[in-house]
Design a protein around this ligand. Structure first.
Ligand code: ATP
Ligand code: MG
Length: 427
């Protein structure tokens, strides 16, 4: 009897070598932009106390109600695979005193977990790149984050395929006032609400605003507008943000229905959306969360951040630019006659090359002593140069290097190898 094959968990993907080079390239571009703004990386654990997410994300959210991977550990403590990374950053910042009279400009990259229905752009393990800024209050930093994200799209060549939506959801009090007005309105139109909206109507009525149901959307045209309930400070903040974006030449749409799914947001919220990915159109979402640090037991600290889904970003970059398919091609392939002595010399020469050309990818053949097959392998791996060591080269203390693109080859002394390879790569 054969054993049952063990497979990956549904919705959790392996990143294979065919695609990992593209991921690396995209991560490199994003990290380069983050670095150019002087932001610093933070890494927090993948599991946290379940209470953290209940308190930070909010009990009545899709995430906490139905998407978390929660289980008891061996000590019977409830722990959760992080469904997002902001809560962990705030927890870590409080725990390590990062917020005392300091500004923090942080970024993170890592996996997050949500029990959702897997489909294109939506997985159970996915990756988020995000930024969290602490200690800055004004709209200037909101604008900086939007400028930074715009720079990502430009650097990735997808700026024509992303558009920005912004809104202000005001202060907690303003939202409470609006909430009452909205519930009163919804109660008068219960017959037009679907099951989901009816459920949300009392638990989290603002979420009714981003219902995908077209009857509901139509009804909402007559609903009271959140903007009319904004407190003066939030209005002032939002106008400031709009001016900064206008001055910087950033185009945006004010979307009064944009509320975001997580409880912790206030004032500015924004999303970058794309029409090039089908239903999973939100690439990046963020906003202010000035109340979260104190809500989690720290001293009140203004905060703003965003998170973007790496899978969606990669899908978008590849959809927009099919040529953006970074391969795993190598630079130099080491070919030898395969006996132990020659292999040993070849390994030493390969090490010498890695000392001299640390950014080149160098692979040594071990499989076969048939030269023809080795050259075929070099081609298959996309090598630009083959370094060949056979009987003659051992006797002459030389190597033969061959430019695989034009077929030209030369013999040089083993001491000259780095210089000769470099010259050939450049030619
Ligand atoms: P959506 O409305 O698509 O469910 P969300 O509002 O739940 O998104 P956020 O919590 O704001 O998403 O997370 C930030 C980003 O992370 C999203 O804009 C998206 O790019 C990505 N993301 C969220 N959930 C998933 C998932 N299950 N799989 C892949 N990417 C995801
Ligand atoms: Mg979601």
């Amino acid at each position: 009897m054969t054993e049952k094959k063990i497979q990956s968990i549904r919705g959790m993907n392996d990143l294979l070598p065919t695609n990992s080079a593209s991921w690396q390239q995209i991560e490199k571009i994003v990290k380069g932009v983050l670095n150019s703004y002087g932001y610093n990386e933070i890494r927090t654990p993948i599991v946290e106390d379940t209470a953290l997410f209940k308190r930070a994300v909010g009990e009545v959210t899709d995430i906490v109600e139905k998407e978390m991977y929660t289980f008891n550990d061996r000590n019977d403590e409830s722990i959760t695979l992080r469904p997002e990374i902001t809560a962990g950053c705030v927890r870590a910042g409080i725990e390590h005193g990062l917020f005392y009279n300091q500004e923090q400009r942080l970024w993170y990259l890592g996996p997050a977990f949500r029990y959702e229905k897997p489909q294109k752009g939506r997985y159970r393990q996915f990756h988020q790149f995000g930024v969290e800024i602490f200690g800055l209050e004004g709209p200037n930093i909101d604008a900086e984050l939007i400028l930074l994200t715009a720079r990502f799209w430009k650097a990735l060549g997808i700026e024509a395929h992303t558009s920005l939506e912004i809104n202000s959801i005001g202060s907690l009090e303003a939202r409470a006032n609006y909430r009452n007005a909205l519930v009163t309105f919804l109660e008068q139109h219960k017959n037009k609400l679907d099951e989901d909206c009816l459920r949300r109507m009392y638990t989290n009525p603002l979420r009714v605003l981003d219902s995908k149901n077209s009857t509901v959307q139509e009804l909402l045209n007559q609903a009271p507008k959140l903007f009319d309930y904004l407190d003066e400070e939030s209005k002032f903040h939002f106008e400031g943000l709009c001016r900064l974006l206008d001055n910087a030449g950033i185009k945006y749409k004010i979307n009064q229905r944009l509320v975001r799914g997580l409880d912790y947001y206030n004032r500015t919220v924004f999303e970058w959306v794309t029409s090039s990915l089908g239903a999973q159109g939100t690439v990046c979402g963020g906003g202010r969360y000035d109340g979260l640090v104190s809500q989690l037991g720290g001293q009140a600290t203004p905060a703003v951040g965003f998170a973007m889904g790496v899978e969606r970003l990669v899908l978008l970059v590849q959809a927009v630019n099919p040529a953006f398919n970074c391969d795993n091609s190598i630079d130099i392939y080491m070919i030898s006659s395969g006996d132990e002595k020659t292999i040993s010399v070849t390994q030493c020469i390969a090490e010498q090359l890695r000392d001299g050309l640390p950014d080149k990818r160098i692979v040594t053949n071990y499989g076969t002593s048939n030269f023809k097959k080795q050259f075929a392998k070099a081609d298959k791996l996309g090598a630009k140069i083959a370094v060949i060591i056979g009987e003659n080269e051992i006797i002459n203390q030389s190597v033969t290097i061959k430019n695989l693109q034009i077929g030209e080859q030369i013999e040089v002394s083993q001491k000259e190898i780095v210089k000769a390879c470099l010259a050939m790569i450049k030619s």
